[in-house]
Design a protein around this ligand. Structure first.
Ligand code: F6R
Length: 242
């Protein structure tokens, strides 16, 4: 795993935005995996700016987001789909038909997850997967536990994950859905390249376990050690465990 430490969040966001913009310039048909959450907001702001400044053409790019809450439609203001519209999709010329998202209202979530896996495979796989990390070591919504589901699946969120997402629901953790659909760790590990971003002291222990800890389903991020092309982009706080 390559580790890159930045003095502050803004420098990290700018570097990652440049990497993604350059990747699209090099390969206009890039297939991009994307996260939501608080950490990527600065990155998406930068990516919008860089895309405008450098006239990056998103028209042939495909995107696959990691996860979505069960029960929320793409029109729901609290869906991750709406998060992505607000922070990225509305600001670049990505084709609507190239935005791939798990449907949290799918009648048959198992089929929805299988179809998502197929869509990723049929397009030739994800070229560059951008990730955040939960304070509990989760990736996407692959929560720590006795086991992990390898492929895209329905998951029950842990209390900490619901609390950590309360900011997106007006601060009320009770409003955070109890379940989500998420790419699995095997889905994520199939990506050709992975960049994980982490900022702030709350992530430091999870980051340390991801980099140096044993492979364990108790820290889903530890499985990234199996991948040959992972870059962890950290600010100084996330890079400094207690
Ligand atoms: C969300 C996702 C999650 C987040 C993680 C960190 O799509 O994949 O794994 O990356 O929960 O979230 P923030 O950035 O809000 O701390």
């Amino acid at each position: 795993m390559t580790i890159a430490v930045f003095e502050h969040e803004a420098a990290l966001a700018a570097a990652l935005a440049r990497r993604v913009a350059d990747a699209i310039t090099d390969n206009p048909r890039l297939v991009l995996g994307l996260p939501t959450g608080r950490t990527p907001i600065a990155f998406y702001n930068e990516l919008r700016h860089v895309s405008q400044q450098q006239a990056v053409d998103w028209s042939r790019v495909h995107t696959f987001n990691l996860d979505e809450f069960v029960g929320l439609s793409e029109r729901d203001e609290h869906s991750y789909r709406r998060f992505m519209d607000r922070h990225l999709f509305a600001h670049v010329n990505v084709s609507r038909s190239h935005i791939h998202f798990l449907d949290g209202t799918a009648r048959d979530p198992v089929r929805e997850c299988e179809a998502y896996e197929r869509a990723i495979d049929e397009i030739g796989g994800i070229d560059l997967q951008v990730l955040g990390i939960g304070a509990n070591g989760h990736i996407g919504f692959n929560e720590p536990g006795d086991g992990l589901a390898a492929r895209t699946h329905r998951v029950t969120l842990l209390d900490q994950s619901r609390a950590d997402n309360a900011w997106w629901f007006g601060g009320d953790r009770q409003q955070v859905p109890a379940e989500a659909l998420s790419m699995g760790m095997a889905t994520i590990l199939k990506s050709r390249a992975i960049v994980l971003m982490a900022t702030g002291p709350a992530k430091a222990d999870a980051v340390a376990a991801m980099i140096d800890g044993p492979l364990t389903t108790r820290v889903p991020a530890s499985f990234l050690q199996l991948h040959p092309n992972v870059t962890a982009m950290l600010d100084e706080e996330a890079a400094s465990p207690e």
